[in-house]
Design a protein around this ligand. Structure first.
Ligand SMILES: [Mg+2]
Length: 383
């Protein structure tokens, strides 16, 4: 291990640019590497480690592991934010629809496919409408908004913008508050990690809880959690469970799955991804000693089974923002389709993040399209 890698593994002295690159590359790696176990029951560590050691085999060629819908849509989010120097729902929706039409075989869920087909229609004026019509008007609470939320944390400096735009970006396909609030939580976790907050894990989780208390006070969120028979503040309740599991220090895989979930609902996967990162800040039994924190996080996410590509993708983004690009093994990067492009997109987002914008929260969509759902407008109702 070089000293730079060692330093990165300790999570200290990581440059901001390295964190940006780590976040997007970490997300793509989680998606590509996690695809192997998608839908499996919990997976024994030796199977995970066998899969991971296979990535060190140079004879297998570059980009051998293909990315899925998670990365495909995250690329669209990044390209849209960069091209429009901010959030523009029309542009982002168009990119989702085009990406799907060009490569429909990336593992999209059947629900979102209906939305993506409608978004492709040139006659469509309200791009939030197709998602709102889903599931009898209740909207989707899946993790498809959360899986692609990381770039919002890389494009906007202040937490209010990260919250606002990650929510709107998710609403293009997921209009139930459980769906878009999962995206907000994921974007906020990446936002805090980019700032080094994971160096103090208790502070990290407490900040997320207080952020989500404010987010879940919303009337629609309250109504949805009641209708779905959930706790009054469902994400806060899960984050408190994350805290309990951290304090228990040594919770089994089975306990983690039963208390946090490993499914395709955002509520059953975003807090789980956050737990994976926190749990793997330290060395863990069953994982090789030479693994750094990023490697441990991805390996542990896969061992939970279930929606492994998305959980590893979200955990990979948060962990990558903490450890930085130098902590990610070269062989892993080489093995994954889209890792190189993610690295380049992260550098461009870094510049956008530091760009002096005319007004905090100002976007192209505000200045060019007065009737858009940009920052100065009220977000559309989700029901
Ligand atoms: Mg996927």
């Amino acid at each position: 291990m070089t000293s730079a890698v060692k330093l990165a593994a300790l999570g200290g002295q990581v440059s901001t640019l390295s964190r940006f690159r780590g976040a997007l590359v970490g997300a793509v790696l989680g998606d590509c590497i996690g695809g192997e176990f998608e839908g499996a029951e919990d997976v024994p560590f030796d199977r995970v480690l066998q899969h991971l050691s296979g990535l060190e085999d140079d004879t297998r060629g570059d980009g051998i592991l293909q990315y899925s819908d998670d990365t495909a849509m995250m690329r669209c989010v990044s390209h849209s934010l960069l091209t429009r120097t901010g959030f523009d729902e029309q542009d982002m929706a168009r990119r989702f629809a085009k990406e799907y039409s060009l490569a429909p075989g990336r593992g999209y869920g059947s629900g979102v496919v209906q939305v993506l087909r409608k978004l492709a229609s040139p006659q469509l004026s309200d791009v939030f409408q197709p998602a709102q019509a889903q599931f009898g008007g209740r909207g989707s609470f899946g993790n498809g908004g959360a899986m692609r939320a990381a770039p919002f944390a890389l494009a906007f400096k202040n937490a209010a913008d990260v919250r606002r735009y990650s929510r709107l970006g998710a609403m293009l396909t997921h209009s139930c508050s459980l769906g878009y609030n999962g995206a907000v939580l994921q974007a906020l976790a990446v936002h805090l990690s980019l700032q080094g907050t994971l160096a103090l894990p208790q502070e990290f989780i407490n900040k997320l809880i207080s952020e989500m208390e404010a987010v879940e006070k919303d009337e629609t969120a309250q109504r949805d959690s009641k209708a779905l028979n959930l706790a009054e503040f469902p994400y806060c309740a899960r984050l408190h469970k994350v805290k309990e599991l951290m304090e228990r220090n040594g919770a089994s895989i089975e306990e983690v799955i039963s208390e946090l979930g490993n499914g395709i609902a955002a509520l059953e996967s975003v807090p789980t991804a956050i737990f994976c990162v926190l749990h793997c800040l330290e060395a863990r039994e069953g994982l090789p000693e030479h693994y750094g924190g990023l490697e441990r996080t991805i390996a542990y996410s896969l061992a939970l089974g279930g929606d492994t590509d998305t959980i590893a993708c979200m955990a990979g983004a948060i962990a990558g923002a903490h450890y930085g690009i130098l902590a990610i093994p070269q062989s892993w990067q080489r093995s994954c389709e889209g890792a190189e492009e993610a690295d380049q997109l992260a550098e461009r987002l870094y510049k956008l993040y530091h760009l002096e914008r005319p007004e905090d929260g100002m976007t192209m969509s505000d200045s060019n399209q007065p009737h858009s759902h940009g920052s100065s407008q009220h977000p559309p109702n989700s029901d």
